[in-house]
Design a protein. Structure first.
Length: 482
């Protein structure tokens, strides 16, 4: 089949049965028409349409090595710097569609599975041929242009002890039984963004301690979301039908769900790591998946910083606040953030090198630095919008006011230097959806945590970064004789 268009995505979404719980109800019927999902489903469809546009298709797809059909470019295993540049261009085009607001466009996990397939030998074939399974899975996802979600984290029950020491050893998802046709999994994982995906990857993230009790939790596998016993329990939706009132929430609420495995059978060809803490702890770094995921994330973060800088500038200009030096300084901070993320990207691509698995890989020093800096600077995006928008962010009456008898007052008192009332309210609602609405709050949390706990990431960065040359320079100066 190869690269999909939006209609094909929606058709598969609606024809794939899945157990999604929303409040006290199981979602039945068409997922793409459910109020919690329809806005984002349309946005995802629009992204797939984008890659099939005649003027973009050449740059957004490449020829499948197995069928010759066009397939999505984020599946491309880069061998040259030009390949990397093509990937970046494609990812930026998708990211710009939502102003970098959608975190889980398909290219995020496509990048991961692409890298893991190149590193197939990491998975090995002791006992079972896990290396062939990961390659077949990558090819299956690529050739059908499937949308993946993933879940890495055990439920937040008691972080003080490992999964086997929780009140119940089956809270965190784990192996229950190995059968001739696959492995049975019971327990839960938290969290999976995008329950309207086609497939779910269940991979390790937090370090598994080496004790024997934690071995059953050391697993990596993938399943169709229709797998029997697989359940998604959603949070409250922030979606809305009014694009005027909620310009982002109405389009981009990707939804987050806790995933329950009620004795789910994972067929052997979908198992990639089994009861192997050493492999589980290393998979992300050793395969290069983390670099390619972080590369995609940096592209999106640059897009988001640019978008919010543009939004803050428009807000300031609209109300004539752009002339004040402190407002200019705040917007400059956003521009600096955008430029910093782009500089990390450029450096990572300029110093790219072929990794141990043959992929032209962005330099991990700038990419890992971007990954660690982003959770610290991302909250500033919302802070600056609040500082500049001030009370204007609360002068955002619901859309219905525009058709009400109060319209003349609205037209008079909500107008701004550079916009009539309707346009000014529209703009400030967008700013609020980034900075303060429920949707905006979720965005803030997402940027802080989506790539892991920033505290532990910072510790890992500290341990990983080669500080020796810097220390040597200091020591040399301390003991300089002249
Ligand atoms: C909006 C959103 C969407 C997400 N989507 C996904 C998704 O699609 N797939 C997915 O797999 N994950 C997803 N995540 C989860 C994300 O991976 C985690 O939030 C992140 O890894 C941190 O884990 P945690 O939330 O369980 O925090 P916890 O580990 O519970 O941490 C809670 C607090 O305790 C501290 N802490 C906990 N343990 C330690 C320790 N050992 N040492 C030091 N400090 C510690 C942390 O610093 C933090 O302050 C999402 C998160 C958010 C917020």
């Amino acid at each position: 089949m190869g690269a999909r268009n939006g209609k094909q995505f929606l058709q598969r979404l609606d024809s794939t049965p899945r157990e999604i719980w929303y409040g006290d109800k199981k979602v039945t019927g068409s997922v793409s028409e459910h109020p919690a999902f329809r806005g984002v489903a349309r946005s995802i469809a629009a992204l797939y349409d984008l890659q099939m546009k005649p003027e973009l298709r050449e740059a957004m797809t490449y020829k499948s090595p197995t069928t010759g059909d066009p397939v999505g470019l984020s599946f491309l295993q880069p061998r040259t710097r030009e390949d990397l540049a093509k990937r970046t261009w494609m990812m930026k085009t998708w990211a710009d569609y939502s102003g970098g607001i959608m975190g889980r466009t398909a290219d995020y996990l496509n990048s991961s599975i692409m890298a893991m397939a190149a590193a197939k030998d990491f998975f090995g074939n002791e006992g079972r041929d896990y290396s062939s399974s990961i390659v077949r899975y990558y090819e299956y996802v690529r050739e059908n242009d499937l949308l993946l979600t993933h879940t890495l984290i055990n439920p937040q029950t008691n972080r003080g002890v490992g999964p086997s020491k929780q009140a119940d050893p089956f809270i965190a998802a784990r192996v229950v039984e190995k059968k001739s046709d696959g492995v049975v999994i019971r327990g839960a994982r938290m969290l999976a963004t995008l329950p309207m995906a086609d497939e779910i990857m269940v991979f390790p993230s937090t370090v598994i301690r080496s004790g024997q009790d934690d071995v059953p939790y050391s697993i990596a596998f993938a399943l169709p979301v229709s797998a029997k016993g697989l359940k998604f329990i959603c949070r409250e939706s922030f979606a809305s039908d009014s694009a005027y009132d909620h310009p982002l929430a109405s389009r981009f609420d990707e939804q987050d769900a806790v995933v329950v495995f009620d004795d789910v059978l994972v067929p052997w060809d979908r198992v990639f790591i089994l009861e192997d803490p050493e492999k589980a702890n290393r998979v992300s770094e050793a395969t290069g998946a983390v670099v390619f995921m972080a590369h995609q994330a940096t592209v999106r973060e640059a897009a988001k910083a640019e978008f919010v800088a543009g939004l803050a500038t428009l807000v300031a200009e609209t109300i004539g606040a752009d002339q004040f030096p402190q407002v200019q300084e705040k917007i400059s901070d956003l521009l600096l953030t955008a430029e910093t993320m782009k500089a990390f990207l450029s450096a990572s691509e300029a110093n790219a090198a072929v990794n141990g698995w043959g992929l032209m890989t962005p330099d991990y020093i700038p990419i890992n630095s971007a990954r660690n800096l982003w959770p610290k600077v991302a909250p500033t995006l919302a802070i600056v919008l609040k500082q500049i928008g001030a009370s204007g962010l609360m002068a955002i009456p619901p859309e219905e006011i525009l058709g009400s008898p109060a319209r003349p007052e609205v037209d008079k008192y909500y107008q701004a230097k550079l916009a009539d009332a309707e346009e000014r309210i529209r703009l400030f609602k967008l700013a609020w959806d980034v900075a303060g609405s429920s949707f905006g709050g979720r965005q803030d949390l997402y940027e802080r945590f989506f790539f892991g706990d920033p505290v532990r990431m910072a510790s890992a960065y500290y341990a990983w970064y080669n500080k020796e040359p810097f220390k040597e320079r200091v020591k040399e100066l301390l003991h300089r004789k002249d």
